[in-house]
Design a protein around this ligand. Structure first.
Ligand code: HAM
Length: 432
């Protein structure tokens, strides 16, 4: 019997086992995750890790009972103690749960957390949409300032910039405060009720429970009707309008270009005020490479103090795919050994092992070949591994205490003492 990865999931393997330029190569993932952490720390965010599963209620309370995630997409199971548990479909609710439980939000001032975590959604798999995906996410808790919204968006765009991703567009919108949304809801429902016969079945169902989600509909008939629909921005209270203007000014102060998209709403119910998404033109239908917004009130809903919050989640699969399309993955090559030792007999193998140990403990990547392998095959292995240098060591070299260091780029050979100290010096100054 052959086992396969579950539908909608994938394995991340070293690039040499994959077809060329695969987004599933572990070297790419390693580098991208390291850059995510580096950029997050540049903005003062610290890492948080939460469990892979949480109580189901955490998600139904936060994402919204009528959201697609809660109604269709959760991996929910009963544990042996009869509790309903769910594999985390998104990162915000678990981070807030942990921040409340761990006393993070009780500290004064803004608390900044980032995560790199797998998420699970039972969706119909297609390019860019998986049942297990990975997010780089950040949550800034405790400040309602519009400068926080702009800084978090700047962080996400700096991350993409470090990865040389091209073809990006930042789209923003404001859902306003609860009064603004109430105004809008009333106007929208009145408008759509009059055009109900032209709406899709999904949208008719949403009309009662969650009419704002209709704005996100992909149905051509709905889209036509929505062209003339009242706009969210037109329903904002003065205070919400003022706040949104400030966010735009802070974005301009960070030299970020953006587009206001009055139809932008998001799939989760916890948002208010600023919402945003970054679309990448190189991706297909699933072109949202990251998105987020403000969720003032959510910390309180989850049992914490009444504090505001702002964050984003960014799908790493789509990030890797956008890098490949932007031809920037070439920046991320697998590591290559500094030196490949090829001992010719067992005694030499012990000596090479000693050198390898010393070099590795100083931080250099080395490989030790098998002395039973024929020299020709060993050399081929060293070249295939892209080793910068090669050391063939046998009884003669041991006796002399020196060997010919092969520089693979030029095939030049250089007499070199068989000493760790000497090799460390040489590698520290760079082999030329
Ligand atoms: P989201 O828009 O549902 O937001 O997901 C964030 C990102 O995850 C998306 O923009 C997309 O890149 C990626 N993504 C989502 N679902 C999939 C999937 N099935 N396959 C591949 N990639 C996917 C959230 O999850 C919010 N928690 C973001 C947030 C954080 N808002 C505030 N703080």
């Amino acid at each position: 019997m052959k086992f396969k990865a579950p539908k909608g999931t994938f394995d991340i393997l070293p690039g040499k086992y994959l077809e060329e330029n695969s987004w599933k190569s572990s070297e790419l993932w390693y580098e991208v995750e390291a850059i995510a952490a580096k950029v997050a720390r540049r903005f003062g965010f610290e890492q948080i890790r939460t469990p892979l599963f949480e109580s189901t209620e955490l998600f139904s309370r936060s994402s919204g009972e009528t959201s697609d995630i809660v109604t269709k997409e959760m991996y929910t199971f009963e544990d042996k103690g009869g509790r309903s548990m769910t594999l985390r479909p998104e990162g915000t609710a678990p981070v807030l749960r942990a921040a409340i439980e761990g006393g993070v939000v009780q500290k004064s001032g803004i608390q900044k957390l980032f995560y790199l975590s797998p998420m699970f959604r039972y969706e119909r798999p297609q390019a860019g949409r998986y049942r297990q995906h990975h997010q780089f996410g950040v949550e800034a808790l405790g400040s309602a300032g519009p400068e926080v919204d702009a800084q978090v968006m700047d962080l996400l765009l700096q991350f993409y910039k470090e990865l040389n991703i091209s073809g990006l567009k930042l789209k923003i919108n404001s859902l306003g405060d609860s009064e603004s949304r109430q105004n809008f809801r009333t106007k929208l429902v009145a408008y759509l009720e009059g055009r109900k016969e032209g709406l899709s079945e999904d949208s008719i169902n949403r009309l009662k429970e969650n009419p704002m989600r209709i704005l996100d509909s992909k149905d051509p008939g709905d889209k036509e009707i929505l062209k003339e629909a009242p706009s969210l921005l037109g329903s904002l209270t003065e205070a919400s309008k003022e706040r949104f203007n400030k966010v735009c000014q802070y974005l301009a102060a960070s030299s970020l270009s953006y587009e206001i998209d009055p139809f932008l709403v998001r799939g989760l119910d916890y948002y208010n005020h600023t919402v945003f998404e970054v679309a990448c033109e190189h991706l297909g239908a699933q072109n949202s490479i990251g998105g987020g917004g403000r969720y003032d009130g959510l910390i309180h809903t989850l049992g914490g103090p009444d504090l505001p919050g702002f964050g984003f989640g960014c799908g790493l699969e789509r990030v890797m795919q956008a890098m490949i399309a932007s031809k920037s993955q070439a920046l991320f090559r697998p590591a290559s050994p500094e030196i490949f030792f090829l001992p010719l007999d067992e005694k030499s193998s012990f000596a090479c092992m000693n050198l390898c140990h010393q070099l590795r403990s100083t931080g250099f990547f080395c490989e030790l070949g098998d002395w039973n392998t024929k020299l020709k095959k060993g050399l081929q292995k060293a070249y295939d591994a892209n080793s910068k240098t090669i050391a063939v060591v046998g009884s003669d070299e041991l006796e002399k205490g020196s060997f010919e260091l092969i520089k693979t780029a030029t095939k030049e050979k250089e007499p070199t003492p068989l000493s760790a100290e000497h090799l460390i010096n040489l590698f520290e100054t760079g082999v030329s």
